[in-house]
Design a protein around this ligand. Structure first.
Ligand SMILES: [Zn+2]
Length: 174
């Protein structure tokens, strides 16, 4: 498939933060995809895969139980590059508007005694978990978000060029 250039995000300039990736219209309703970026791509080690898996389980459980937000949560899942997560919510909100949600979701990791859903019946790789490392990464990210809550660079991606595939769709590889 031929790739042509359009608006994109230069991954070498990305810092951790909460970013709107795209807003789609699904049956007349807005749906927003966020990148929850925890690591600087290609400039620091990505997240340990077992810790990532545990963060996926713990935060998905938090999001789907938060009374204020659970009805708007469509999806939470890891980026293949292991530098962060995708969050898809109903409606259109800025990344600042979900700051408290993301902060509280990551804070909940520290309270976790056991990773939810890790029986072989509930999980595709139930032995690949690491709660202690998940807590370490979550704590690091919480501190980063709190320290930078007034800094706009954690809410807005550096805009450069984004690849567009030959069928006109944007190429999103985070
Ligand atoms: Zn799993």
């Amino acid at each position: 498939m031929e790739l042509i250039k359009s608006f994109s995000v230069d991954h070498t300039l990305i810092v951790p933060g909460i970013f709107v990736s795209r807003v789609d219209n699904v049956n007349g309703e807005s749906v927003t995809t966020y990148d929850i970026r925890m690591k600087r791509p290609n400039r620091e080690p990505a997240i340990d895969v077992a810790a990532m898996h545990s963060l996926e389980h713990i935060i998905a459980t938090y999001l789907r139980n938060d009374p204020k937000w659970k009805d708007d949560v469509i999806y939470w899942g890891p980026m293949g590059c292991l530098t962060g997560f995708y969050l898809i919510l109903k409606k259109e909100r800025s990344s600042k508007e979900i700051f408290e949600l993301v902060l509280n979701a990551f804070k909940s990791v520290d309270d976790t005694v056991e990773v939810p859903g890790t029986a072989p019946e509930n999980c595709g790789n139930y032995l690949m978990h690491n709660l202690l490392m998940a807590k370490w990464y979550a704590d690091e990210f919480v501190k980063y978000l709190e320290d930078n809550s007034e800094n706009d660079s954690i809410f807005e991606y550096p805009k450069t060029e984004r690849l567009v595939t030959d069928d006109g769709r944007q190429f999103f590889d985070s």
